[in-house]
Design a protein around this ligand. Structure first.
Ligand SMILES: C=C(O[C@@H]1C=C(C(=O)O)C=C[C@H]1O)C(=O)O
Length: 284
């Protein structure tokens, strides 16, 4: 067996998938490498990671380098609760304004661009910034945050009664297109999977079994997530019931709709094919 490097997004959205691995309930012949999405994207594309959740927009740009593991994604069907846009003004009144976007995200930044261009019909200026909500709100009229940072910022807005509008981008995308939204996909490096098909199969199974264990142990997950982030248990409970991990046909269609808009906006250069491990390959 080869020693595997497996990426893990350092947010709660990955906890249901990685809990069983973190606790040793399922053995992993390899290491977990934690980081924000953009760092994992880079490490995977440089060949440092064998397998990782990859921002779905990065898959579109590098589809030839990887296989998607079946049955798994980070997605939402409407509200997602952890991809949030905070603004001083309603979104439709931001014409010409400066928007700060987190450097941790790839997909959600593109999602926000698409929504401004095709849904709100408002032209704004985007600036990647690595800072907290309050600092970013001083630098611009709007702020995009993802993951635990978005959830913490949302709690801050509620706790301090900050006068900001909060737009959930999963919900906005659903209002616009009627579709689900797929933010990230678990991918495995193409040449590795082709050389080690049994290990690619094993990885797909391992992640899926691990997710099942996680979802069957939500009270434990909520406790662990609370210790890790300090977020209120009812917020966490709601989050684990809101975030989706499916990748069936309806999610695949939704992802292709997202790619269509990314293509129309000139963000990707060609139509994207989903190469799914086990469906577009002989598994050896
Ligand atoms: C739902 C989320 O999806 C994510 C958003 C990503 C992106 O914008 O590139 C990548 C992975 C996920 O972390 C989240 O971060 O909360």
């Amino acid at each position: 067996m080869t020693w595997l490097s497996l990426g893990q997004i350092e947010y709660l959205n990955c906890l249901p998938v990685y809990h069983a691995l973190e606790e040793g309930l399922i053995p992993l012949n390899g290491e977990l490498v934690k980081g924000p999405p953009t760092r994992l994207n880079r490490m995977f594309l440089e060949g440092v990671l064998h397998c990782t959740p990859l921002s779905s927009i990065e898959y579109a740009k590098h589809a030839g380098d990887c296989f998607i593991l079946p049955h798994l994604s980070i997605a939402s069907d409407g509200r997602v609760a952890s991809v949030l846009f905070f603004s001083h003004l309603p979104v439709t009144e931001l014409e010409g304004k400066k928007i700060c976007v987190t450097t941790a995200s790839a997909t959600s930044v593109v999602l926000l661009r698409i929504l401004f261009e095709h849904y709100y019909h408002v032209e704004v200026e985007f600036h990647p910034v690595k800072a907290d909500l309050k600092t970013m709100l001083e630098m611009g009229e709007g702020v995009l945050l993802i993951g635990d940072n978005a959830m913490q910022a949302h709690q801050l807005v509620i706790r301090e009664g900050l006068p900001v509008f909060v737009t959930d981008l999963g919900q906005a995308w659903k209002d616009f297109t009627g579709e689900k939204m797929v933010y990230a996909l678990w991918v495995i490096r193409r040449e590795f999977a082709e050389a080690h098909p049994q290990e690619a199969n094993a990885m797909a199974e391992l992640l899926y079994s691990s997710l099942k264990i996680g979802m069957n142990n939500l009270p434990v997950l909520v406790k662990k997530a609370h210790r890790r982030t300090g977020l209120p248990p009812q917020v966490l409970e709601d989050y684990f019931h809101t975030i989706r991990y499916n990748f069936d046909d309806s999610y695949r269609r939704a992802l292709l709709t997202f790619y269509d808009y990314a293509y129309k906006s000139g963000i990707i250069e060609e139509r994207v094919k989903l190469f799914i491990w086990g469906e577009d390959t002989c598994q050896g």
